[in-house]
Write a protein that binds this ligand. Structure first.
Ligand SMILES: Cc1ncc(COP(=O)(O)O)c(C=O)c1O
Length: 411
């Protein structure tokens, strides 16, 4: 299994003259952990993997049936269109209206992407080049930073864990930096910190975008996984948002279709067209049978999405209650697929990478060290609630067992 934390070609050092942009990528911080995880698995250890936001549940049977049916039609095996088939774009526009009251023109304001990560990366390439700066969330889901780096832009990392402060820092940066940031990237519910916002946040962000002339890219990957009655607001629902930005959504999380690679970029028509132009050169679109199954998913599977969110909520409770009983300091997330927890004393001084190694080595529990999401993430761990409740209870027991003897901490 791979995800943002398991890059197969992660070693960025080369003996051939690769492009300069590759040399700008940092050393791979998850490498040591992934190697150990692999070794454990080869040795037959049943690793409880909370390291990645990679769903373990299958998509609703209706979606799978539609895919099987679409496979029978030879026309679906041809190249598709890179922007996505019309009926799919229409369905996405309808869903935005139904869920968020946002009117979108499916032809100019909606484009399908090969997962939102592909779309996001190419959007950065379409908008940014040398001399352009982007404000990115910190701690950072790696591609939010490295898509900007790969597009030759420069990165201004701002902590997002206090959204009000983040907005103030955006304004301060725009007032004091020259040239001003061209793009502001936001991601709420946030990976990794699970920070969420209310609709007002986006009203303020749009006002700043208009005042300072930046573009907004909202990564709304966890739109469908909300708990306790919280409803994650869409950036596009803020008045004027369509003038200044786009939003990425995905079928990977709420529909458990991560391996299918299908997502969407919606919003400002010029930005959508810029992405479409790049994609028109780079790809021929998503396998059409998948696009057809995705139409059925969006049209008919609201109940499945809701029940999956309820399942994640239950897992969140199991993990948060278990870790709290062990004395860990954490906030219950209101959305998303992650618990972001402070490493308890006396283990904190070990550093998040070594502590995560310890949990894996001694407890067989894989988690992501906060340091892997930038220096701002140090002192924390990210635990993905992708395993079932039974396995999560087991994970808590193992974590408890291997952190019991506090006097044996080594630095
Ligand atoms: C914040 C965020 N954005 C995007 C993605 C990637 O989604 P997709 O599968 O649509 O490429 C992830 C996956 O973990 C994510 O956490």
């Amino acid at each position: 299994m791979r995800s943002e934390s398991e890059v197969p070609f992660a070693d960025a050092s080369f003996s051939i003259p690769v492009a300069e942009r590759l040399t700008r990528l940092p050393p791979y911080l998850f490498g040591k952990i992934n190697k150990l995880k692999y070794e454990k698995r080869v040795a037959g250890v049943d690793v409880i993997d909370l390291g990645m936001g990679n769903p373990t549940d299958a998509p609703d049977p209706l979606i799978q049936q539609k895919l099987a049916e679409a496979l029978q039609d030879p026309r679906n095996h041809r190249y598709s269109v890179s922007s996505g088939i019309g009926n799919l774009r229409k369905e996405v526009a309808k869903r935005y209206f139904k869920k968020y009251g946002v009117h979108l023109d499916p032809d100019s304001q909606v484009i399908a992407t090969i997962g939102s990560k592909e779309g996001f990366s190419h959007m950065c390439l379409a908008l940014m080049g040398p001399g352009d700066a982007a404000i990115v969330p910190s701690p950072t889901f790696p591609i939010h930073t490295y898509a900007v780096v790969l597009a030759s832009g420069s990165v201004i990392a701002l902590d997002v864990r206090d959204p009000e402060k983040f907005l103030k820092n955006v304004a301060y940066t725009c007032e004091h930096l020259y040239p001003k940031p061209k793009v502001v990237i936001v991601n709420f519910p946030h990976n990794p910190s699970a920070t969420v916002v209310e609709a007002d946040f986006y009203v303020d962000l749009v006002a700043l975008a208009k005042r300072y002339g930046f573009l907004v890219i909202s990564d709304f990957a966890y739109a469908d996984i909300c708990f306790d009655g919280y409803k994650a607001p869409s950036f596009l629902a803020a008045p004027g948002a369509l003038d200044v930005g786009v939003e990425f959504t995905t079928m990977s999380k709420g529909y458990s279709m991560a391996g299918w690679r299908i997502g969407f970029c919606c919003g400002n028509s010029e930005m959508v067209r810029a992405l479409g132009t790049i994609k028109g050169y780079y790809d021929y679109g998503i396998f059409q049978a998948i696009q057809i199954a995705a139409i059925v998913a969006i049209r008919h599977c609201d109940a499945a999405v809701e029940s999956l969110a309820a399942e994640y909520q239950q897992r969140r409770d199991v993990l948060c209650e278990g870790l709290s009983r062990l004395g860990w300091n954490l906030k219950r997330p209101r959305a998303g697929m992650f618990v972001w927890a402070e490493i308890p004393e006396p283990w904190k001084k070990m550093g998040s990478i070594d502590f995560a190694m310890k949990l894996l080595d001694e407890g067989g529990v894989a988690v992501s060290p906060g340091r892997g999401f930038s220096e701002d993430g140090e002192g924390c761990l990210r635990l993905a609630i992708v395993e079932n409740s039974h396995r999560l209870r087991q994970a808590v027991r193992e974590i408890g067992r291997c952190t019991k003897v506090s006097t044996s901490v080594t630095e």
